[in-house]
Design a protein around this ligand. Structure first.
Ligand code: MIC
Ligand code: SF4
Length: 643
């Protein structure tokens, strides 16, 4: 039987387990990436492993999230990251060079290799035929130390593309359509592999847009074949040597096939407050807008912004709308400048931001109170923009540009002929803001500003867990809910004691104090608990506040792994109805935890407040059980238990 492309790459990198869906596999990692909001922790963890250099083929540290320097904190973190990179053999992409995923695609990605990134949108590189997976910083630190990356072997789903996109319909509409069909948990435990004749009609940046938002499906990753489009992209980057053709075997078997006729798609929009609340733009109608934001790792490529410039050329942004544009990389910005498109954007009234994440993570450009913002980004969770009551819609750059002109949500097909973008034969490969590691590491002194606090640690898991249910939450709680982003909170990412004050701040501002007063406790969640970002702070901060376990109906992949990595127990209700039998404030106790975890998949939870007993289960692999028992991955790795 033939193999899918995913299986081929996993097989080539396999160091543990077998390719059976649901089994734990461990793979060798070729490349790692970190960004500044997750990177400081990842490198503190790497330092704790006492190795002189990283042990991967390539490691890159990006600064793209925390670029607003409203105080010393972010600037200090940048210096820490720069010196750590120089010392330990890591390439450093300086602030202003661009968003990690866009720059990685342009300058570093290699078809057929594995990439582990401390950011949930790492699968963007799947557009190049890489097996690229997002993970918590600690998993990335272990990979940098040469350790395998462990994950549950997903089911491989074939997304069979037919036809060709109609004018004004884009890659963003492909992935929004899939999100509308499958929902934000439709990809959990799956890898989406794209195939079919429609693939060759899509350029690498378009493929990258689709893979990027596969993260919103909850998928482990998404991947495209490596073909002549891939070769053309790499050749334009001056990296033709990195190319190799890659595809699934013709007789590959998939767990499921989803067929999409590209021809039939239309411009789509995700309404507030979830990326899967999708509908065609013309059905949603002319929603009045206060802000239009174009950029993010989803839609900030050269072609995206050239089309925006062509739509805006000679016109002026609607007076009600603030239009902000953040190019994905300095390469994109340079191309816009060289081609004159930047002048068109400026003349139309666009506010140009530096190439960085910016408004996507609430780093500036928060919308006005109760404002409506249309964004080309990938997430529109409540409050993520920095304005608690803002309404955020997600759509393609074409929809965004058309709407910026009219002031209302607009189907761009009303604009007339679709602007064709011709790619320059060669792109300016200017890596001056990418610093190679130091040739003499001994000469590099690590700069550790006062914002960088030591990593909190926890001991082995106790045998008896008793605590109050400090918070009972609903379905689809995001890591933005657990630990918000934004320009006020993000600068504290290297300072767990300080950032812990913001745990669940948007949902329950009293949470952190309550947890501290109670000396810790237990959390209860619904379906898909911890969806969204890879930020391990969403596990690290609860750990710091003394949370020992989370009981939920189901967990999102990366957050589940982060909980385990920091010694917290992710437990599942055996009967989902038991969720209703627990109230916030109830006192729960689980006895003989250590023994039960190792010997059985079920545990008993006594609700002391209600005098009831309910059953929960765990789906931890033997390795994960050992990690939790040790009090987290760092203890486990250091104690030499790892084989
Ligand atoms: C995000 O888009 O939410 C982020 C910010 O890029 C996160 C990482 C983080 O929280 O630092 C992600 O997606 O993993
Ligand atoms: Fe940055 Fe937004 Fe992409 Fe996250 S989703 S990496 S914040 S641009």
């Amino acid at each position: 039987m033939g193999l899918s492309l995913t299986e081929k790459i996993i097989e080539q990198h396999l160091v543990h387990g077998a390719l059976v869906p649901g089994n734990e596999v461990g793979i060798r990692i070729d490349q790692t990436l970190t960004q500044d909001a997750t990177g400081t922790m990842a490198y503190l963890q790497f330092e704790a492993m006492n190795l002189p250099r990283v042990r991967v083929k390539l490691a890159v540290s990006y600064v793209d999230h925390n670029t607003l320097q409203t105080g010393f904190e972010n600037a200090d973190d940048h210096l820490f990251l720069q010196t750590v990179a120089a010392k330990y053999g890591i390439y450093f992409s300086r602030p202003g060079n661009g968003i990690c995923h866009q720059v990685h695609l342009e300058r570093f990605g290699i078809p057929g290799e594995t990439l582990l990134g401390a950011d949930s949108h790492t699968p963007t590189a799947g557009g190049l035929g890489m097996l690229a997976i997002g993970a918590g910083g600690l998993d990335v630190a272990v990979a940098m130390a040469g350790g395998p990356f462990y994950f549950t072997m997903p089911q491989i789903v074939l997304v069979y593309l037919e036809g060709k996109l109609a004018p004004w319909v884009t890659a963003k509409d492909v992935i929004l359509t899939l999100l509308g069909r499958l929902s934000v948990k439709g990809g959990v435990g799956k890898i989406f592999e794209y195939g079919g004749p429609g693939v060759q009609t899509l350029s690498v940046p378009e493929r990258a847009t689709i893979c990027n938002m596969g993260a919103e499906l909850g998928a482990t990753t998404s991947i495209f074949p490596s073909d002549t489009q891939t070769r053309a992209f790499l050749a334009a980057q001056g990296r033709a040597a990195a190319w190799q053709p890659l595809a699934a075997d013709p007789d590959a078997r998939y767990a499921e096939t989803i067929t999409l006729d590209l021809e039939k798609l239309e411009p789509m929009v995700a309404r507030p407050h979830s990326p899967d609340a999708v509908a065609p733009v013309h059905e949603v109608g002319p929603v009045p807008l206060d802000q239009v934001a174009i950029g993010s790792c989803t839609n900030s490529s050269y072609a995206d912004l050239m089309r925006v410039a062509a739509i805006l050329r000679g016109k002026t942004v609607h007076p009600r709308v603030s239009l902000v544009i953040a190019p994905g990389s300095r390469q994109v910005l340079r191309l816009l400048a060289q081609s004159g498109a930047l002048a068109d954007l400026l003349a139309a009234g666009a506010r140009i931001l530096e190439p960085a994440c910016g408004p996507c993570i609430g780093m500036g450009q928060a919308p006005p109170s109760a404002g409506v913002s249309l964004r080309t980004f990938n997430r529109n969770f409540r409050g993520r923009s920095g304005t608690g009551d803002a309404q955020v819609y997600l759509a393609s750059p074409e929809v965004a540009a058309a709407s910026a002109l009219t002031g209302v949500l607009t189907d761009p097909r009303t604009l007339g002929p679709y602007p064709q973008v011709t790619w320059p034969a060669t792109l300016p490969a200017d890596d001056r803001l990418i610093l190679p590691p130091a040739s003499d590491p001994a000469e590099v002194a690590i700069r550790r500003g006062p914002n960088i606090k030591p990593l909190p640690r926890t001991g082995p898991l106790p045998d008896r867990l008793e605590g109050e249910v400090l918070l009972k939450l609903g379905d689809h709680i995001t890591t933005d809910d657990i630990l918000p982003g934004g320009s006020k909170v993000l600068p504290l990412r290297s300072n767990i004691p300080a950032i812990s004050a913001y745990a669940f701040a948007g949902l329950d501002p009293g949470f952190a104090d309550r947890a501290k007063d109670a000396g810790g406790g237990i959390l209860v969640g619904g379906q898909n608990y911890g969806q969204g970002s890879s930020r391990e702070h969403a596990a690290l901060v609860p750990m710091y506040l003394g949370i020992k376990a989370v009981l939920a109906k189901s967990f999102a992949r990366i957050h589940r792994a982060n909980l385990i990595n920091f010694g917290l127990l992710p437990l599942l209700f055996v009967r989902e109805e038991d969720y209703d039998a627990i109230n916030q404030g109830d006192r729960l106790v689980i006895e003989n935890v250590r023994e039960s975890l190792a010997s059985d998949n079920e545990l008993q939870v006594k609700n002391l407040t209600r005098g009831q007993v309910l059953r929960v289960r765990h789906d931890l692999s033997p390795r994960e059980v050992a990690v939790v028992l040790a009090g987290g991955l760092l203890n486990y790795t250091k104690s030499g238990l790892q084989n």
